[in-house]
Design a protein. Sequence first.
Length: 409
Amino acid sequence: MRKLYKNIGQLVQTREGKNKLRGEEMNLLPYINNAFLIINNGKIENFGSMSQLIDEKSFDEIIDVKGKVIMPTWTDSHTHLVFAASRVNEFVDKINGLSYEEIAAKGGGILNSAKKMEEIEEGELLKNAKILLNEAIKYGTGAIEIKSGYGLSKNAELKMLRVIKQLKEYSPIPIKATFLGAHAVPAKFKQNKKAYIEILINEILPVIAEEKLADYIDVFCEKNYFTSDETDKILQEGAKYGLKPKIHANQFTSIGCIEKAIKNKAVSVDHLEVMKNTDFSALENSNTIATLLPGCSFFIDIPYAPARKMIEKDIAISLATDFNPGSTPTFNMNFIISLACIKQKLTPEQAINAATVNAAAALELSEETGSIAKGKKANIMIMKPYIKSYKEIPYYFGTNPVEQTIVSQ
Ligand code: NIG
Ligand code: FE
C-alpha cells in the first residue's frame, strides 16, 4: 500500500532524530511548508516540498490534505493507564482543601487504587484500558508506556502486567510495560517494608522475567514511600532480569534518588519538581533523560519542574502525561505541551521536541518513531484546519487539535 499525502501546509519535525536533543538544539524544530509525504507499507518512504514532487501516478491512494499541518505522533513515555476506577471522591476532597499527601495519609491515594485493583476482574480491567488507550490515540499519542503499581500484591501486580501484555497485542501503537511494584507500601506491610521488598524481588520479579511481562522497572523513590537505598536495591535486582530503570523521583522531596537512578543507568528519571544543586549535577553529565510531568503539577497544585534550567544545563528533557486516577487524570499530550509552554516557559519548539524526539528516546523507540524520517514508522497526526502552524498547538490549550491519528498503516 503506497500513499501520497499532498498539499501539507506544514510538515513538522522532519529530521533523522535518532539522538536526544539538548541545550540549543531544543530550539530548532525543522519543518517544510507546502509539503508532500509518501508512506509505503506503514513506513515513511519520502517527503519534501510540493515543488519537488514529480510523479503522482504510482500510488494506491492520494490524499489532498488542503493545507493542514502534519507531524509525528506524540510519545507518552510515562502513564499508569491501567487502573480499576477513577478516584473522583479524592478530587472533591482536594477541592475542599486536602493535599495529595493528606489524602494518601487517610487511606486514599495509591492504596485506594490498590483496593479497587484487588477486586476487579482481569477482563473488566482490560476493557477499561482499551477504551482509554483508544482515546489517547485520538489525542495524538502514537507510542506509550504503561506501569503496574496499583496491585501491590503478587496476584494483583501480575494481573495488571498481564493486562498490559494483552494491550500490547491489541494495540496499533507500540507499548512499553514497566513494573512498579514499589509504588507504595501496602497497609499490611506498614511495619515491615523489608518483607514487601523481598516479595517484589523473590516472588514477583522471577515471574515477570519468565512471562516477559515488563520492559522497565520503576520505584516511587520518595519520603514515606521508598528510600534511595531501597530504590538502589530494587533497581539492582531488576537489572539481573534485564529490566532498565525509569523511576519516580523528586516529586515532593529530594532524597538522593536521582544519583541512585543514574548509578543504575536509568533510561529516565521522572517528575523532578523539587531539585537540589546536587540533583542537577548528577543529571548534567549523564545519559539519563529527565521526564517532566506538568499535568501532575497542574492537577495536584505543586511546583513545576524547572525545565528551562535543565535545558540551560544541557540535560535532555522529555514530556509525558503521567496519566493516572490520582495525580493526573488526563491523557491529552496536547494539553501537556500547553502547560510546558505556559507554566514552564518552554518555547513551542522546545516543548514539541521534548514530546516527540526526546520522548521516543525515553522509551528507546528512536529508531521507529519521534520524527518524520525515511524508514521510520508512519505514525503521524493530521491536525484540524484551525491549526495553521505547530505554534498554535500549545496556544489553543485544552482543545484536541488532532483531526486524525494515523498509525501502523
Ligand atoms: O506519578 N507519584 C506517584 N505515582 C503517581 C500517582 C499515583 C496515584 O496517585 O495514583 C504519579 O503522580
Ligand atoms: Fe507516575
